[in-house]
Design a protein around this ligand. Structure first.
Ligand code: FAD
Ligand code: AMP
Length: 473
């Protein structure tokens, strides 16, 4: 019989939570194994989880490609660039696949470099220190770990009223691999993922309708930002219908009939394709959690404390399978913190400064609290805003939509939230995150020299606006 392998740490799942935790554990000198079951389309085992394979990276690759296409078809003339443009979706998908393959191989390389043992297959906890792996060839083995980190991630939520068939009705993964541009496309759910995928296919030529059950658009976003976004996206051609709950889908020969309910009653429209983007749910079934007494909440998230401890001996859980925002960077930060805690350090994850980003164009990004949340908490605040229309760099780029909004405490001037809709908001938000992490006041940002001409001057000016002393607006 083969001797059972023993590790200081076993990580279950190799997404941005798990692979980062594993690398940090190994850096600290802990013997570490990471169990990952993902197979790519060619049945090759790969690391990186949702983020690298069917999430952050492929979606951004297609968002960038489609952004270039839209620039060439709609905007380049204004720059004096006239081009004959044709679209090759196969090439676009190949580029995306190549990027994904390169990055997933990169993680395998990092595992080698850091001496993380990648155990390929599906893991299940069978004891407080034991995990059984069912390998891709059907064989099984059991490994032993003094600590276990559960990083099993999440899956797309499916709804009975629009069952995916991988052909006409697809989930977010399918939407990243459509081989041609559908003439008409319905997206169920106008959340972050729906908006990004809707933007990709709209830019490439689809007529996109988004059916959103909720009455509000982007309800967790600052109201001023969501209002502006709604206006801009509608103008771009995204047909966003709020208060529209999908009740059934009928598969016709090459099309899908979508039935939905709105204020006027029952409606139905026919589309070429339907993307279901109604959120994600934790992947916590079949992990053997019951065997060792690990609890899950009503929605299936592993119950953990603020240190990601499950309450069961040396077993932790991180990333999408626990409470908090389902974001890759939050998952990775938890991974680092748990690794350091296992090693005996006292790390801390500041959940108040997790940045949120929506990669539409203009992009949307924020950190901290929004105006409504602060008013509901009776906080006295001062708000400064600055439009990109008054930014020289935004004009040079030809991207002047949106604004920056800085919210500070009325008395202490501490920055409580920064909300951006505008070009490169995804990058601009990092300065605000850092400012908040250091407990900066709006005056601190206002007195910081920003390069000219840069988009970051809009954050500078919005901070000046908190004291009603903008220069350029
Ligand atoms: P996952 O990435 O889901 O990884 C979990 C891993 O565990 C998977 O590889 C899975 O195969 C493995 N696993 C599960 N069970 C087992 C088992 N029993 N045995 C072995 N392995 C197992 N977030 C952002 O921050 N920015 C973005 O721009 C962004 N864009 C997104 C776009 C799309 C279309 C989608 C779908 C998601 C996006 N996300 C984005 C969310 C992001 O992908 C997740 O928050 C992130 O992947 C969570 O990391 P994780 O490691 O917790 O889970
Ligand atoms: P997110 O959680 O950001 O991924 O967004 C998912 C969105 O899908 C939410 O805004 C939900 O309100 C929406 N949603 C869920 N079920 C339905 C449905 N049956 N019809 C339309 N929208 C839905």
């Amino acid at each position: 019989m083969e001797k059972q392998k023993k590790f200081d740490v076993i990580v279950l799942g190799g997404g941005p939570a798990g692979y980062v935790a594993a690398i940090r554990c190994a850096q600290l000198g802990l013997s570490t194994a990471c169990i990952e079951k993902w197979l790519d389309k060619k049945n090759k085992p790969v690391l990186g989880g949702t983020c690298l394979n069917v999430g952050c990276i492929p979606s951004k690759a297609l968002l960038d490609s489609s952004h270039h296409f839209e620039f060439l078809t709609k905007e380049s003339k204004a720059h004096g660039i006239e081009a004959t443009v044709s679209l090759n979706v196969t090439q676009m998908l190949e580029r995306k696949n190549k990027i994904v393959a390169g990055l997933t191989q990169g993680i395998a390389g990092l595992f080698k470099k850091n001496k993380v043992d990648w155990l390929k297959g599906s893991g299940k906890i069978v004891g407080k220190k034991e995990v059984t792996i069912t390998h891709h060839d059907g064989s099984t083995s059991t490994v032993c770990g003094n600590n276990i980190i559960i990083a099993a991630g999440s899956n797309p939520v499916s709804i009975k009223t629009a069952q995916t068939d991988d052909k006409s009705v697809i989930d977010s993964s399918g939407a990243l691999s459509l081989s041609e541009v559908p003439d008409s496309l319905c997206i169920i759910g106008a959340g972050v993922i729906g908006l990004e995928l809707g933007s990709v296919w709209r830019r490439l030529g689809s007529k996109v309708t988004m059916l959103e059950a909720a009455p509000e658009f982007l309800p967790t976003t600052d109201v001023a930002i969501s209002k502006e976004a709604y206006k801009i996206f509608k103008k771009q051609g995204l047909k966003i219908q709020l208060n529209s709950k999908v009740t059934a889908t009928n598969y016709l020969e090459e099309k899908v009939e979508v039935h939905y309910e709105n204020k006027e009653g029952q409606q139905s429209t026919t589309f070429d394709k339907v993307i279901v983007a109604v959120g994600r749910s934790p992947n916590t079934e079949n992990l053997g959690l019951d065997t060792v007494g690990i609890k899950t909440d009503v929605r299936g998230f592993v119950v953990v404390d603020d240190k990601c401890h499950t309450g069961v001996d040396n077993i932790y859980a991180i990333g999408d399978c626990v409470r908090g925002p389902m974001l890759a960077h939050k998952a990775s930060e938890e991974g680092v913190a748990v690794a350091e805690r296992i090693f005996g350090q006292s790390p801390h994850v500041n959940f108040n400064t997790v940045p949120w980003v929506i990669y539409t164009w203009p992009e949307i990004a924020w950190v901290g609290k929004n105006e409504k949340e602060l008013k509901e908490a009776n906080r006295k605040i001062r708000v400064g805003t600055f439009p990109f229309l008054a930014s020289g760099r935004a004009h040079a780029m030809g991207s002047t939509q949106g604004f920056v909004k800085v919210i500070a405490d009325e008395i202490t001037d501490t920055v409580l939230g920064v909300h951006i809709i505008g070009p490169n908001a995804s990058e601009l938000i990092s300065e605000a995150v850092l400012a908040m992490e250091f407990g900066a006041s709006s005056e601190d940002i206002a007195r910081t020299i920003h390069g000219h001409p840069t988009l970051s001057e809009a954050l500078h000016e919005a901070s000046l606006a908190v004291e009603s002393r903008t220069i350029h607006y």
